[in-house]
Ligand binder design. Structure first.
Ligand SMILES: NC(=O)c1ccc[n+]([C@@H]2O[C@H](COP(=O)([O-])OP(=O)(O)OC[C@H]3O[C@@H](n4cnc5c(N)ncnc54)[C@H](O)[C@@H]3O)[C@@H](O)[C@H]2O)c1
Ligand SMILES: [Fe+2]
Length: 401
C-alpha cells in the first residue's frame, strides 16, 4: 500500500439529540459576540430558528436572523445575504438548514472575510485564507455540508449548479442534532437522504488515491478513495440503507432520524475528502435546467451511473449490496454487484424518487447539451472510477431518460 492522504472535517463536531442546546457554549468558545443566522422561512415556521435563537441569546450573544434562504441558492442571493451580514457587523455566521442554507452561510462567511463576489471563488481552492468563524447546524440528513469543504450555488444565467471547493469552507463547529430533522416533510427526507447515500457510494467506489489523476499545478480538496474515507462510507451506506425508508414513512421515528443524521454526516466526511463523481457532475446541468432538488436528481441518476461504473468496481459493488442488507451468500462478485443496483432501484421506488429524466420534464433533445456541460466539471469527473468521455455521459443520460 502506498496511499498518502489527508483528512479534514469540521473543527468540532457535536452530535446528539438536543445538541443544539450547546450552541451558546460553542459560540462562546469561538470568542464571538455577534452571530448572524442564515436560514429560511420554512424553518422559522417549524420553530427551529426560535430554538437556535434562544440557545444563543441564553449565552448573551447578539443575534440577527436572515430568513430569506432559498433551495439551491442562486448566486445573487449570496450577495444580498452578505450585505445584510456586513450591516449587522457579524462576527460569526451560523448556517441553519439543509445544504442550501449552510452553503449560503459558507459563501457569506467567505465574502465577509475576503471581500469580492461569489463568482471570485468558484472552482477549486480559490479562497486564500480562513473565513469568518462559521457554525453549521443541519436540519436535513443530508448533504454533509456541515463537515464539507464545498458550497454549491446556482448560476441562473448559465442554468448550471456551480461549486466552490476549499478546506477553508469547513465549519469551525458542526452541531448535528437529529431532533432538528423531525419536521422535514417526506419529500425532503427522501431527497436529502438519497443524496447522502449517493455521497457514500460515490466515495466508496471512487478512483484509488494512488491513481488520482490530478494534473500538475492543479490543487483540489478531493484525493480519491482512501482508508479513512472507506471507513466512513461503509458505515454511512449501512445506516442509510437500514433507515431511510423508515425516516420517510414515519418522520417521528427518532431512532431512524438519528441513524440518518449520523449516516449523512459520515457520508459527508467520506465524500468531502475522497470526492464525488459522475452522478454529481451529471446532476449539475439537470438541476440547473429543471430545478429538481439536488437529491432527487442524484437519486434518479445513481443506479444508471452505478451500471456504467460496475466493471471497474465489481468487488466494491458486491460489498455495497451486502451493506444495503442484500443476501449475497453464494453469489459471485458480478451477481452480488448487480444486487447493489437492484437494491438502490428498489429504495428509489419506495421513497418516491422519480424513475426517469423524462419524469422531471427533461426532453430527449436536451441530453447532448447536458452531457457537454457535465463533461466540463472535470474536478468531479476525475474522481470517477472509470474514465468518462462526453459520449459516455450522453449514453448514461439516454439510459436514464
Ligand atoms: N456543500 C456540500 O457539501 C453539499 C453537498 C451536497 C449537496 N449540497 C447542496 O445542498 C442543497 C440541497 O440541500 P438539502 O437537500 O439539505 O435541501 P435544502 O436545504 O434545499 O432544503 C429543502 C427544503 O426543505 C426545507 N427544510 C429543510 N429542513 C427542514 C426541516 N427540518 N423542517 C422543515 N423543512 C425543512 C427547506 O426549508 C427547503 O425548503 C443543494 O443546493 C445541493 O447542491 C451541498
Ligand atoms: Fe450531493
Amino acid at each position: 500500500m502506498r496511499t498518502t492522504f489527508t483528512f479534514h472535517s469540521a473543527g468540532q463536531l457535536i452530535f446528539g439529540r438536543n445538541a443544539a442546546g450547546q450552541l451558546g457554549e460553542v459560540a462562546d468558545r469561538l470568542g464571538v459576540a455577534r452571530v448572524f443566522v442564515v436560514t429560511d422561512a420554512a424553518l422559522v415556521k417549524a420553530g427551529l430558528v426560535g430554538r437556535v435563537e434562544s440557545a444563543l441569546q441564553g449565552a448573551k450573544l447578539s443575534v440577527a436572523v436572515f430568513d430569506g434562504g432559498l433551495p439551491e441558492p442562486p448566486i445573487a442571493l449570496a450577495e444580498t445575504c452578505a450585505a445584510e451580514a456586513r450591516k449587522f457587523k457579524a462576527q460569526a455566521i451560523l448556517g441553519l438548514g439543509g445544504g442550501s442554507n449552510m452553503d449560503l452561510a459558507k459563501i457569506v462567511a467567505t465574502i465577509l472575510a475576503h471581500g469580492g463576489a461569489p463568482r471570485d471563488y468558484i472552482g477549486d481552492d480559490q479562497i486564500k485564507g480562513p473565513i469568518m468563524p462559521l457554525i453549521c447546524v443541519p436540519t436535513t440528513a443530508g448533504t454533509g455540508s456541515e463537515v464539507s469543504g464545498a458550497s454549491v450555488l446556482t448560476d441562473t444565467e448559465k442554468k448550471m449548479k456551480v461549486g466552490i471547493l476549499s478546506n477553508y469552507l469547513r465549519p469551525r463547529a458542526a452541531i448535528v442534532d437529529p431532533l432538528l430533522t423531525v419536521s422535514c416533510p417526506p419529500k425532503v427526507t427522501a431527497d436529502s437522504g438519497i443524496d447522502a447515500l449517493t455521497h457514500a457510494i460515490e466515495a466508496y467506489t471512487a478512483v484509488d488515491n494512488e491513481e488520482f489523476p490530478l494534473p500538475p499545478g492543479e490543487r483540489t480538496i478531493y484525493q480519491g478513495r482512501h482508508p479513512l474515507g472507506d471507513l466512513h462510507a461503509e458505515r454511512a451506506i449501512e445506516l442509510i440503507g437500514a433507515n431511510l425508508r423508515q425516516a420517510v414513512a414515519d418522520g417521528q421515528d427518532l431512532s431512524a432520524r438519528e441513524a440518518m443524521a449520523l449516516g449523512a454526516t459520515l457520508a459527508g466526511m467520506a465524500f468531502s475528502n475522497v470526492g464525488v463523481a459522475a452522478v454529481h457532475a451529471l446532476e449539475y446541468p439537470i438541476g440547473g435546467a429543471t430545478h429538481c432538488s439536488h437529491g432527487s436528481g442524484n437519486g434518479l441518476l445513481l443506479p444508471f451511473v452505478m451500471r456504467f461504473n460496475l466493471p471497474a468496481r465489481l468487488r466494491r459493488f458486491a460489498r455495497i449490496a451486502a451493506l444495503l442488507g442484500e443476501n449475497v451468500a453464494g453469489l459471485d462478485d458480478s451477481a452480488a454487484a448487480d444486487r447493489a443496483i437492484a437494491a438502490v432501484e428498489r429504495l428509489k421506488a419506495d421513497i418516491g424518487i422519480p424513475h426517469r429524466l423524462r419524469d422531471l420534464g427533461v426532453r430527449e433533445d436536451q441530453l447532448p447539451l447536458f452531457a457537454e456541460k457535465a463533461f466540463a466539471v472535470k474536478r468531479i469527473l476525475r474522481v470517477n472510477p472509470r474514465q468518462v468521455t462526453c459520449s459516455d455521459l450522453e449514453h448514461i443520460l439516454r439510459s436514464a431518460w
